[in-house]
Design a binder for this molecule. Sequence first.
Ligand SMILES: Cc1cc2nc3c(=O)[nH]c(=O)nc-3n(C[C@H](O)[C@H](O)[C@H](O)COP(=O)(O)OP(=O)(O)OC[C@H]3O[C@@H](n4cnc5c(N)ncnc54)[C@H](O)[C@@H]3O)c2cc1C
Length: 340
Amino acid sequence: MSLLSTEITRLLPMESVRENEPMARHTTLRVGGPARYFYPADDIDVLARVLPALSDAGVPYLFIGHGSNLLMSDRGFDGVVIQNRCKKTIISGETGAVHAECGASLGSLFMQTQRAGLAGLEWGIGIPGTVGGALVSNAGAYRGNIGPLVRQVRAFFEGTVSSFGPEWFGFSYRDSRLRNETPPRTVVLSAEMQLTPAADPGAVLTAAKLYQSERRTKQPFQPSAGSFFKNVQSRELAERFDDLAPALKEAGVVPTGFLSMKAGCMGWREGGAMVSEKHGNFLVNAGNATASDFRRLADRMKARILDAYGVTLEEEVLAVGDWRAEHVQMPKKIGTESNV
Ligand SMILES: Cc1cc2nc3c(=O)[nH]c(=O)nc-3n(C[C@H](O)[C@H](O)[C@H](O)COP(=O)(O)OP(=O)(O)OC[C@H]3O[C@@H](n4cnc5c(N)ncnc54)[C@H](O)[C@@H]3O)c2cc1C
């Protein structure tokens, strides 16, 4: 028995742990090799005990939600992948106070809050991730982001479970301190958010439905991780395009989908990975793609945009797992065999 398996057996409820679980089953890109151990966690108190124990024992772990913002390597993860299924919520329609365990899905939380008569999460309806994943990347759409709604979180950070205010995250556009941890060890267990009691809850649902139908028109149906790259924030670049929408020009934002279309990237393929022909910032699994296919395609697109516009695209999708270069077997030179 290896040291890792001894520790896993000692620290995790083994009846729910799977071995060599293909991560392609747990990512929306449908790629990713095996997790040596896979632990779906559905009890937040157990989780709050397990995390310090794993950390103390030096067991490598990767904490995930719905895997909708992940590019997991083909080699997978040699440790334990913990999938967050803790999703209890408490919502007060009167005050707008929302408590959510971080495995709650953003879409479901929106529906629960709307039914309770609250506004503020309608932009989140089509985002297929958890509250935890949303906090890590300050997820948002249609001018709404999760950051401004956060009042407090409970997180496992530097060995203990503590409470933090929103300033601790350092939220900015699709970013927070948690995206920049290597290796990522902090886990957000639950969040307190403040929503607004709505004068007309029906109008909140109507707005969300509108966003949802806009997504259906603009986004491809094939497996993806949403926008692969962040949009480019540059007034200077925005000024260069006569056909960029005036509101974007004013904000100094150039959507990566727009650049991709201009640079002729749409429809590009590497193996089974493809730049969608419907949305130039969606890299989709067009069939049997590998994570390496996505890596090559993303790198090719970055090189093209850098060459055409002088900007380096930043990835919104997070690459996780083992990305060391493949061991390359050097071909034997003809004539060097001892029997020749
Ligand atoms: C079709 C589609 C549309 C999308 N549209 C949008 C959009 O409009 N706007 C937008 O912002 N995003 C969008 N996304 C991207 C994605 O859904 C969001 O980033 C989402 O918030 C990720 O949540 P997740 O639970 O899937 O996180 P995962 O992909 O599972 O994890 C993402 C990162 O967060 C970490 N993490 C997850 N949970 C926790 C936690 N509790 N504590 C600490 N770390 C944690 C993981 O380790 C990982 O580093 C879209 C994706 C798809 C597939």
